[in-house]
Design a protein around this ligand. Structure first.
Ligand code: DAT
Ligand code: MG
Length: 150
């Protein structure tokens, strides 16, 4: 449906490197709609909850430390197939395996500094949006919709 939603997060390195605007532009110019946006300093327990599925991985401690090391930019984007398409816009987990033209393929190198997060499935998007936007997002009518969707 046209109202699918995903959780996108610019990680501390993306924020510190001044990439917020260019990342937002890629989603916005594609035709996706921004429903939630906030800067946030992340508590350790919150980062651990977000990455709970990876808690047994050897890199988990470093990952949580990285996410908490400086503020993140938390976003909710909406549109047809936005979860899968958002992952394509972002590129592969390992930036060196990401195609040029993707966000990771254009702006980063190390897997541990891959500047952006995107939900990997509709179900995880719903869980992540509930975690990061517990008060919901902005339910406005967007004038662009009839120009994006037939
Ligand atoms: P993605 O962020 O592409 O969804 P993921 O969910 O498998 O990837 O892992 C979450 C993050 O954990 C990822 O963005 C970077 C870090 N990570 C994943 N695999 C890693 C590895 N082998 N070494 C270090 N960090 C890793
Ligand atoms: Mg993931």
């Amino acid at each position: 449906s046209n109202t699918e939603r995903t959780y996108i997060m610019i990680k501390p390195d993306g924020v510190q490197r001044g990439l917020i605007g260019t990342i937002i532009q890629r989603f916005e110019q594609r035709g996706f709609i921004l429903r939630g946006l906030k800067m946030m300093s992340v508590e350790k327990s919150h980062a651990e909850a977000h990455y709970a599925d990876l808690s047994s991985k050897p890199f988990f401690g470093g990952l949580v430390e990285y996410i908490c090391s400086a503020p993140v930019c938390a976003m909710c984007w909406e549109g047809k197939d936005v979860v899968k398409t958002g992952r394509k816009i972002i590129g592969a987990t390992n930036p060196l395996a990401s195609e040029p033209g993707t966000i990771r393929g254009d702006f980063c190198i190390d897997v541990g500094r891959n500047i952006i997060h995107g939900s990997d499935a509709v179900e995880s998007a719903q869980k992540e949006l509930a975690l990061w936007f517990p008060d919901g997002v902005c339910e406005y009518e967007h004038a662009m919709k009839p120009w994006i969707y037939e």
